[in-house]
Design a protein around this ligand. Structure first.
Ligand SMILES: *[C@@H]1O[C@H](CO)[C@@H](O)[C@H](O)[C@H]1NC(C)=O
Ligand SMILES: *[C@@H]1O[C@H](CO)[C@@H](O)[C@H](O)[C@H]1NC(C)=O
Ligand SMILES: *[C@@H]1O[C@H](CO)[C@@H](O)[C@H](O)[C@H]1NC(C)=O
Length: 263
């Protein structure tokens, strides 16, 4: 298991061995990686989403690109086709099963949870849409970016039982990663948790001027458990989103004021 920041080139073991065979990326998760699976009623198809890139709303939960596109471009391939468009667009670069608003467990969005997304992938393998050989040159990108925790806190309204819930999310996520690998994807990269306490819903109580330490400790605990769970093997890679977010925010830190993001 390798922990790396996104600055380090993305490792794609064996991917360039056969230049005639296109390498593939399979993506699972929520809004951080969805590139259009939600239907046109979702906010991701309305402004301001997409206004920076590609210049209009395109089903991405960002004004510009999402992680899927950064990773695909690092791998030298086009962003994989969203599952919803599998019959209209090329699938040789892989497929994106991610749905914005979903989590490892069910959320309040009626869309496939991670288990179901993996099941959709499995069905394509059964239908021989992708063969075992195709998967030989593939990587999976998996994102569990905190929807489960948002839902838990909103439903409970308190922190009671939260550590135990974090353990159950990481346990289920571990099973999901192993399942993707067992289906024949040689390398599975999972995004670690970003500093949850620095997201607007946590900073609102501080007039958006500092991060909530409870949220950040929860993210660190999630990451610690995840790194412990994935045995030190190259098949699993944990992307260090926590420090990637921190360093990005630090760049915009107000030099005159103070924004204690490490709190
Ligand atoms: C995922 O969704 C399916 C279908 O709704 C459900 O049966 C299953 O329990 C869910 N899995 C998890 C881990 O929540
Ligand atoms: C930080 O977040 C937790 C979890 O949502 C919440 O219980 C707590 O009240 C927050 N702290 C402050 C000072 O807003
Ligand atoms: C930076 O912080 C100072 C002091 O709190 C404040 O007056 C100023 O408006 C801030 N600048 C920006 C760009 O946020």
């Amino acid at each position: 298991m390798i922990v790396l920041s996104l600055i380090v080139p993305f490792p794609i073991t064996g991917a360039y061995v056969d230049p005639d065979r296109s390498i593939k990326l399979f993506v699972f998760g929520g809004s951080y990686v969805d590139t259009g699976n939600r239907d046109s009623t979702a906010r991701s198809w309305k402004e301001p989403y997409g206004i920076t890139d590609p210049g209009r709303p395109a089903g991405h939960f960002s004004d510009g690109q999402v992680f899927t596109e950064y990773i695909a471009s690092r791998m030298g391939i086009k962003s994989p086709t969203p599952y919803r468009f599998r019959n209209q667009r090329p699938i040789k670069h892989g497929m994106n099963f991610a749905y914005g608003g979903t989590g490892v467990f069910d959320t309040w969005v009626a869309a496939p949870n991670m288990t179901e997304q993996i099941y959709l992938f499995e069905q394509l393998l059964q239908e021989k849409i992708y063969t075992r050989y195709d998967l030989k040159f593939s990587t999976a990108l998996v994102s569990a970016s905190g929807m489960d925790y948002r839902i838990y806190l909103a439903r409970r309204g308190s922190l009671r039982g939260f550590p135990a819930f974090i353990i159950s999310v990481v346990n289920q996520l571990g099973l999901d990663l192993q399942r993707i690998h067992d289906l024949g994807v040689p390398q599975v990269a999972v995004m670690g948790m970003q500093p949850l306490g620095c997201l607007p819903e946590f900073t609102r109580g501080y007039s958006y001027e500092k991060c909530n330490s409870t949220g950040n400790f929860a993210a660190l605990y999630h990451n610690l458990l995840l790194v412990k769970k994935l045995k030190p093997e190259s098949k699993f890679v944990v992307l260090d989103m926590y420090n990637a977010f921190m360093s990005a925010m630090k760049k915009f830190e107000n030099k005159t004021g103070d924004f204690p993001i490490f709190m």
